[in-house]
Design a protein around this ligand. Structure first.
Ligand SMILES: NC(=O)c1ccc[n+]([C@@H]2O[C@H](COP(=O)([O-])OP(=O)(O)OC[C@H]3O[C@@H](n4cnc5c(N)ncnc54)[C@H](OP(=O)(O)O)[C@@H]3O)[C@@H](O)[C@H]2O)c1
Length: 257
Protein backbone atom coordinates (compact mmCIF):
# COMPACT_ATOMS: atom_id res chain seq x y z
CA UNK A 1 0.00 0.00 0.00
CA UNK A 2 1.30 3.44 -0.89
CA UNK A 3 -1.83 5.49 -0.27
CA UNK A 4 -1.84 6.91 3.27
CA UNK A 5 -5.07 7.72 5.07
CA UNK A 6 -6.79 11.06 4.53
CA UNK A 7 -9.31 10.16 7.26
CA UNK A 8 -9.43 11.57 10.80
CA UNK A 9 -11.31 8.75 12.53
CA UNK A 10 -10.46 8.57 16.25
CA UNK A 11 -8.92 12.06 16.22
CA UNK A 12 -9.89 14.92 18.51
CA UNK A 13 -9.71 18.39 16.95
CA UNK A 14 -10.02 21.84 18.54
CA UNK A 15 -11.04 24.63 16.16
CA UNK A 16 -10.99 28.26 17.26
CA UNK A 17 -13.42 30.68 15.65
CA UNK A 18 -15.57 27.66 14.82
CA UNK A 19 -18.86 29.56 14.95
CA UNK A 20 -18.74 31.19 11.54
CA UNK A 21 -17.00 31.26 8.17
CA UNK A 22 -13.79 29.32 7.68
CA UNK A 23 -13.67 27.85 11.21
CA UNK A 24 -17.24 26.56 10.90
CA UNK A 25 -16.40 24.92 7.56
CA UNK A 26 -13.22 23.32 8.88
CA UNK A 27 -15.01 22.00 11.99
CA UNK A 28 -17.81 20.41 9.97
CA UNK A 29 -15.34 19.13 7.34
CA UNK A 30 -13.12 17.53 9.97
CA UNK A 31 -16.18 15.83 11.47
CA UNK A 32 -17.08 14.59 7.97
CA UNK A 33 -13.53 13.15 7.84
CA UNK A 34 -14.23 11.29 11.10
CA UNK A 35 -12.96 13.56 13.88
CA UNK A 36 -14.73 14.53 17.10
CA UNK A 37 -14.38 18.26 17.61
CA UNK A 38 -14.32 21.03 20.18
CA UNK A 39 -15.75 24.33 18.94
CA UNK A 40 -14.37 27.56 20.43
CA UNK A 41 -15.60 31.15 20.01
CA UNK A 42 -17.37 33.82 22.09
CA UNK A 43 -20.88 33.43 20.64
CA UNK A 44 -22.87 30.56 22.10
CA UNK A 45 -25.67 30.46 19.50
CA UNK A 46 -23.14 30.13 16.64
CA UNK A 47 -21.41 27.23 18.38
CA UNK A 48 -24.69 25.48 19.16
CA UNK A 49 -25.73 25.69 15.49
CA UNK A 50 -22.41 24.16 14.34
CA UNK A 51 -22.63 21.46 17.02
CA UNK A 52 -26.12 20.56 15.75
CA UNK A 53 -24.78 20.16 12.20
CA UNK A 54 -22.01 17.92 13.48
CA UNK A 55 -24.30 15.75 15.58
CA UNK A 56 -26.21 14.94 12.36
CA UNK A 57 -22.94 13.40 11.13
CA UNK A 58 -22.92 11.14 14.23
CA UNK A 59 -19.76 12.82 15.50
CA UNK A 60 -19.30 14.45 18.85
CA UNK A 61 -19.06 18.25 19.07
CA UNK A 62 -18.30 20.18 22.24
CA UNK A 63 -19.15 23.89 22.11
CA UNK A 64 -17.01 25.92 24.54
CA UNK A 65 -17.49 29.66 24.91
CA UNK A 66 -13.93 30.95 24.82
CA UNK A 67 -12.16 34.26 24.36
CA UNK A 68 -8.89 33.17 22.77
CA UNK A 69 -7.21 36.44 23.74
CA UNK A 70 -7.50 35.41 27.40
CA UNK A 71 -5.12 32.83 28.89
CA UNK A 72 -7.55 31.70 31.63
CA UNK A 73 -10.36 31.27 29.13
CA UNK A 74 -8.06 29.13 26.95
CA UNK A 75 -6.96 27.02 29.92
CA UNK A 76 -10.58 26.47 30.92
CA UNK A 77 -11.45 25.35 27.36
CA UNK A 78 -8.57 22.91 27.22
CA UNK A 79 -9.51 21.41 30.59
CA UNK A 80 -13.04 20.86 29.24
CA UNK A 81 -11.70 19.15 26.10
CA UNK A 82 -9.49 16.87 28.19
CA UNK A 83 -12.37 15.97 30.51
CA UNK A 84 -14.69 15.21 27.60
CA UNK A 85 -12.31 13.55 25.15
CA UNK A 86 -9.16 12.63 27.15
CA UNK A 87 -6.68 13.85 24.51
CA UNK A 88 -6.04 16.44 21.80
CA UNK A 89 -4.71 15.45 18.35
CA UNK A 90 -5.37 18.54 16.23
CA UNK A 91 -5.54 22.28 16.90
CA UNK A 92 -6.68 24.76 14.25
CA UNK A 93 -5.90 28.37 15.19
CA UNK A 94 -8.45 30.09 12.98
CA UNK A 95 -10.02 32.86 15.13
CA UNK A 96 -9.19 36.24 13.67
CA UNK A 97 -10.45 39.71 12.83
CA UNK A 98 -9.46 42.92 11.08
CA UNK A 99 -9.87 46.67 11.41
CA UNK A 100 -8.88 48.17 8.08
CA UNK A 101 -7.47 51.54 9.19
CA UNK A 102 -4.81 53.24 7.08
CA UNK A 103 -1.38 53.10 8.74
CA UNK A 104 -1.46 56.77 9.78
CA UNK A 105 -4.83 56.29 11.49
CA UNK A 106 -4.15 53.09 13.44
CA UNK A 107 -4.75 53.63 17.17
CA UNK A 108 -2.95 51.84 19.98
CA UNK A 109 -6.19 50.06 20.87
CA UNK A 110 -6.66 48.82 17.31
CA UNK A 111 -3.04 47.61 17.16
CA UNK A 112 -3.41 45.68 20.43
CA UNK A 113 -6.82 44.20 19.59
CA UNK A 114 -5.72 42.83 16.21
CA UNK A 115 -2.38 41.58 17.58
CA UNK A 116 -4.07 39.81 20.51
CA UNK A 117 -6.86 38.27 18.43
CA UNK A 118 -4.84 37.12 15.41
CA UNK A 119 -1.38 36.41 16.83
CA UNK A 120 -1.14 36.18 20.63
CA UNK A 121 -4.21 33.94 20.72
CA UNK A 122 -2.64 31.45 18.29
CA UNK A 123 0.57 31.41 20.32
CA UNK A 124 -1.21 30.89 23.66
CA UNK A 125 -3.48 28.18 22.24
CA UNK A 126 -0.49 26.41 20.66
CA UNK A 127 1.53 26.63 23.87
CA UNK A 128 -1.26 25.23 26.05
CA UNK A 129 -2.11 22.44 23.58
CA UNK A 130 1.54 21.51 22.91
CA UNK A 131 2.07 21.04 26.68
CA UNK A 132 -0.57 18.28 26.48
CA UNK A 133 0.59 16.82 23.15
CA UNK A 134 4.21 16.59 24.36
CA UNK A 135 4.68 13.16 25.90
CA UNK A 136 1.13 12.02 25.15
CA UNK A 137 2.18 9.91 22.13
CA UNK A 138 -0.32 11.58 19.84
CA UNK A 139 0.88 12.54 16.38
CA UNK A 140 0.02 16.17 17.11
CA UNK A 141 -1.03 18.64 14.45
CA UNK A 142 -1.28 22.42 14.73
CA UNK A 143 -2.61 24.44 11.81
CA UNK A 144 -2.46 28.23 11.93
CA UNK A 145 -4.65 30.23 9.57
CA UNK A 146 -2.50 32.98 8.10
CA UNK A 147 -3.40 34.88 4.91
CA UNK A 148 -2.04 35.93 1.55
CA UNK A 149 -1.83 39.31 3.34
CA UNK A 150 1.02 37.86 5.44
CA UNK A 151 3.08 37.20 2.32
CA UNK A 152 2.47 40.00 -0.18
CA UNK A 153 1.58 43.65 0.44
CA UNK A 154 -2.17 44.27 0.21
CA UNK A 155 -4.35 47.21 1.17
CA UNK A 156 -5.98 45.21 3.96
CA UNK A 157 -4.34 47.10 6.81
CA UNK A 158 -0.82 47.10 8.18
CA UNK A 159 -1.60 45.51 11.56
CA UNK A 160 -3.50 42.60 10.00
CA UNK A 161 -0.61 42.05 7.56
CA UNK A 162 1.91 42.08 10.40
CA UNK A 163 -0.05 39.48 12.38
CA UNK A 164 -0.43 37.19 9.38
CA UNK A 165 3.28 37.45 8.46
CA UNK A 166 4.15 36.71 12.09
CA UNK A 167 1.91 33.62 12.00
CA UNK A 168 3.98 32.26 9.08
CA UNK A 169 7.27 32.76 10.93
CA UNK A 170 5.85 31.52 14.25
CA UNK A 171 4.73 28.37 12.42
CA UNK A 172 8.31 27.69 11.30
CA UNK A 173 9.87 28.19 14.74
CA UNK A 174 7.23 26.09 16.54
CA UNK A 175 7.76 23.35 13.94
CA UNK A 176 11.49 23.50 14.64
CA UNK A 177 11.09 23.33 18.43
CA UNK A 178 8.25 20.80 18.62
CA UNK A 179 9.22 18.33 15.89
CA UNK A 180 10.98 16.20 18.47
CA UNK A 181 7.68 15.90 20.38
CA UNK A 182 5.94 14.53 17.28
CA UNK A 183 4.04 17.76 16.67
CA UNK A 184 3.72 19.06 13.09
CA UNK A 185 2.98 22.78 12.84
CA UNK A 186 1.79 24.19 9.52
CA UNK A 187 -0.06 27.19 8.24
CA UNK A 188 -2.70 27.81 5.58
CA UNK A 189 -2.74 31.14 3.76
CA UNK A 190 -6.15 31.81 2.18
CA UNK A 191 -6.89 34.43 -0.47
CA UNK A 192 -10.53 35.61 -0.65
CA UNK A 193 -13.29 33.32 0.63
CA UNK A 194 -16.85 34.48 1.22
CA UNK A 195 -17.49 34.60 4.98
CA UNK A 196 -19.06 37.12 7.39
CA UNK A 197 -15.59 38.79 7.53
CA UNK A 198 -15.44 39.46 3.78
CA UNK A 199 -19.02 39.38 2.53
CA UNK A 200 -19.45 43.19 2.40
CA UNK A 201 -16.20 43.61 0.45
CA UNK A 202 -17.21 40.85 -1.94
CA UNK A 203 -20.49 42.67 -2.71
CA UNK A 204 -18.45 45.53 -4.20
CA UNK A 205 -18.15 44.71 -7.92
CA UNK A 206 -15.16 46.99 -8.51
CA UNK A 207 -13.30 45.40 -5.58
CA UNK A 208 -14.06 41.88 -6.79
CA UNK A 209 -12.90 42.82 -10.28
CA UNK A 210 -9.56 44.03 -8.79
CA UNK A 211 -9.25 40.74 -6.86
CA UNK A 212 -9.97 38.60 -9.90
CA UNK A 213 -7.53 40.56 -12.07
CA UNK A 214 -4.66 39.16 -9.91
CA UNK A 215 -6.17 35.68 -9.44
CA UNK A 216 -5.13 33.19 -12.15
CA UNK A 217 -8.17 30.97 -11.44
CA UNK A 218 -10.45 34.04 -11.92
CA UNK A 219 -12.75 33.39 -8.98
CA UNK A 220 -12.79 33.65 -5.18
CA UNK A 221 -12.44 30.47 -3.14
CA UNK A 222 -15.20 28.13 -1.97
CA UNK A 223 -15.01 27.01 1.67
CA UNK A 224 -14.63 23.27 0.88
CA UNK A 225 -11.44 24.26 -0.99
CA UNK A 226 -9.93 25.27 2.36
CA UNK A 227 -11.30 22.25 4.22
CA UNK A 228 -9.41 19.83 1.92
CA UNK A 229 -5.98 21.28 2.75
CA UNK A 230 -6.83 21.46 6.48
CA UNK A 231 -7.89 17.79 6.56
CA UNK A 232 -4.89 16.75 4.47
CA UNK A 233 -2.42 18.49 6.81
CA UNK A 234 -4.17 16.87 9.82
CA UNK A 235 -4.20 13.35 8.39
CA UNK A 236 -1.54 10.67 7.91
CA UNK A 237 -1.17 11.97 4.36
CA UNK A 238 0.52 15.04 5.87
CA UNK A 239 2.86 13.16 8.24
CA UNK A 240 6.14 14.50 6.80
CA UNK A 241 5.07 18.11 6.30
CA UNK A 242 5.95 20.65 8.97
CA UNK A 243 6.79 24.36 9.18
CA UNK A 244 5.13 25.07 5.84
CA UNK A 245 2.55 27.58 4.70
CA UNK A 246 0.18 26.32 2.04
CA UNK A 247 -1.36 29.22 0.12
CA UNK A 248 -4.89 28.39 -0.97
CA UNK A 249 -5.20 31.32 -3.28
CA UNK A 250 -6.23 30.43 -6.84
CA UNK A 251 -2.62 31.18 -7.79
CA UNK A 252 -2.63 34.79 -6.51
CA UNK A 253 0.83 34.65 -4.87
CA UNK A 254 2.62 33.34 -7.98
CA UNK A 255 2.45 36.73 -9.72
CA UNK A 256 5.70 38.37 -10.83
CA UNK A 257 4.02 41.73 -11.46
N1 LIG B 1 -12.41 35.06 4.71
C1 LIG B 1 -11.28 35.24 4.03
O1 LIG B 1 -11.31 35.52 2.83
C2 LIG B 1 -9.96 35.10 4.72
C3 LIG B 1 -8.79 35.26 3.95
C4 LIG B 1 -7.55 35.10 4.56
C5 LIG B 1 -7.48 34.79 5.91
N2 LIG B 1 -8.62 34.64 6.64
C6 LIG B 1 -8.48 34.28 8.06
O2 LIG B 1 -9.30 33.18 8.34
C7 LIG B 1 -9.74 33.22 9.70
C8 LIG B 1 -11.25 33.10 9.75
O3 LIG B 1 -11.81 34.14 8.97
P1 LIG B 1 -13.35 34.22 8.62
O4 LIG B 1 -13.43 34.93 7.33
O5 LIG B 1 -14.00 32.88 8.78
O6 LIG B 1 -13.85 35.23 9.78
P2 LIG B 1 -15.29 35.39 10.48
O7 LIG B 1 -16.36 34.91 9.57
O8 LIG B 1 -15.34 36.80 10.98
O9 LIG B 1 -15.19 34.39 11.73
C9 LIG B 1 -14.23 34.63 12.71
C10 LIG B 1 -14.43 33.66 13.86
O10 LIG B 1 -13.44 33.95 14.86
C11 LIG B 1 -14.09 34.08 16.11
N3 LIG B 1 -13.35 34.98 17.01
C12 LIG B 1 -12.98 36.27 16.78
N4 LIG B 1 -12.39 36.77 17.87
C13 LIG B 1 -12.38 35.79 18.81
C14 LIG B 1 -11.93 35.72 20.15
N5 LIG B 1 -11.34 36.75 20.77
N6 LIG B 1 -12.09 34.55 20.83
C15 LIG B 1 -12.69 33.49 20.23
N7 LIG B 1 -13.14 33.50 18.96
C16 LIG B 1 -12.99 34.65 18.26
C17 LIG B 1 -15.47 34.63 15.77
O11 LIG B 1 -16.42 34.33 16.77
P3 LIG B 1 -16.91 35.37 17.92
O12 LIG B 1 -16.78 36.75 17.36
O13 LIG B 1 -18.30 34.92 18.17
O14 LIG B 1 -15.98 35.11 19.06
C18 LIG B 1 -15.79 33.81 14.51
O15 LIG B 1 -16.31 32.55 14.85
C19 LIG B 1 -9.21 34.53 10.26
O16 LIG B 1 -8.01 34.29 10.96
C20 LIG B 1 -8.94 35.36 9.02
O17 LIG B 1 -7.96 36.35 9.21
C21 LIG B 1 -9.86 34.80 6.08
Amino acid sequence: MYLPSFQLEGKIAIITGAGRGIGRAIAIGMAEAGADVALLSRTEEDLVEVAEQISKLKRRALPIITDVTNRESIQHAIRMVEEEYGKIDILVNNAGMNIRSKALDVTDVEWQTIMDTNLKSAFMMSQEVAKRMKGSHVNGRIINISSVAGHVALRTGVVYAATKAAIIQMTKVLALEWGEYGINVNSIGPWYFKTPLTEKLLQDEAYVSDILSVTPLKRVGELPELVGPAVFLSSDAGNYITGQTLFVDGGMTIHGF
